[in-house]
Ligand binder design. Structure first.
Ligand SMILES: C[S@@+](CC[C@H](N)C(=O)[O-])C[C@H]1O[C@@H](n2cnc3c(N)ncnc32)[C@H](O)[C@@H]1O
Length: 279
């Protein structure tokens, strides 16, 4: 199924499936398949000083991946915003529907999407981190609709324009040369396709996301927010500490650092933004 969607990220030529790799029929560039995962990652940004890129390197850290997996295994299905997102997304899917998940991480959301989607929905779950893929593989192994693939979401992507019915973006970057993720999604979406963009961000100040998205060419847009207290287990708290420590070690921003003295109750702020490309 991958050759229907994926193309050579360098020249957009068609891919031919060989033994343990894909090869571009136009420029002959080869892309290995590593442990079942096609690897379309080309390179880091040319600007080695790129601050966002340096912060992202924390996702290559095995301890970070393990901590994130522990946290998500204990918390994902309790997220009110994401439960709502899955309720919205599921009925909009159909046989042959294609979803792109950018920065799938541990694969918890790819799995959830597969569970709520119509049968024969194809979910292309992209990431750049091998340690994260270890967990994504575990969580999606029994979901035949989920295709894991490696690429740089801020580099040249291995997809044709207008290939996806959904772009699902949660806490991950998208767009080459800092092109806005809303614009990058618009390119990837088929006419009538949906952008689901979720995160922890509090309400945006200034021009609202909805206004910006309509200006960018979407036909409708809405935002949702949830603010609620949640009690963590000790295991989740311990994993949050590891996550915060690893983020600090890599110079990456930390959202909600675990508090001292230990508080197992914290406020959760979730946001979900949905926009539709004109049909
Ligand atoms: C904060 S985590 C979010 C994971 C998941 N989407 C979630 O909501 O929890 C960011 C994920 O994006 C991936 N990521 C970050 N930068 C990336 C890039 N340039 N290309 C591909 N994946 C990237 C990381 O490896 C990590 O798995």
């Amino acid at each position: 199924m991958i050759t229907g969607v994926c193309v050579c990220p360098i020249c957009k030529g068609p891919l031919i499936s060989a033994n343990q790799e894909f090869r571009c029929d136009a420029c002959s560039q080869e892309y290995p398949i590593v442990d079942g995962i096609p690897d379309f990652f080309l390179s880091q940004p040319e600007d080695e000083e790129d601050q966002h890129w340096r912060e992202n390197l924390v996702w290559l850290d095995p301890q970070m991946a393990e901590a994130r997996d522990t946290i998500y295994s204990l918390s994902v299905r309790e997220m009110k915003g994401m439960s709502f997102a899955m309720q919205q997304l599921g009925p909009l899917t159909f046989s042959g529907c294609r979803i792109l998940e950018v920065g799938t991480g541990t694969g918890h959301f790819a799995r959830w999407m597969a569970e709520v989607s119509a049968s024969q929905t194809e979910i292309y779950a992209l990431d750049f981190s091998w340690p994260m893929f270890e967990y994504a593989k575990l969580h999606t192994a029994d979901q035949p609709g989920v295709v894991l693939l490696r690429a740089n979401s801020t580099g040249k992507l291995p997809f044709r324009n207008e290939s996806f019915d959904f772009v699902f973006l949660r806490l991950a970057p998208l767009g080459e040369h800092r092109i806005d993720n809303v614009q990058a999604s618009l390119q990837l979406l088929k006419p009538g396709g949906w952008l689901f963009k979720a995160g922890w961000d509090p309400r945006t100040r200034g021009e609202s996301w909805t206004e910006a998205v309509l200006k960018a060419g979407y036909e409708c847009a809405e935002t949702h927010e949830w603010l609620y207290p949640r009690t963590k287990t000790r295991a989740e708290y311990a994993a949050s500490r590891v996550e915060a420590e690893r983020a600090i070690a890599f110079g990456a921003p930390i959202g909600n650092p675990p508090e001292e003295p230990v508080s197992l109750v914290s406020m959760v702020c979730e946001t979900l933004r949905i926009a539709r490309k004109p049909g």
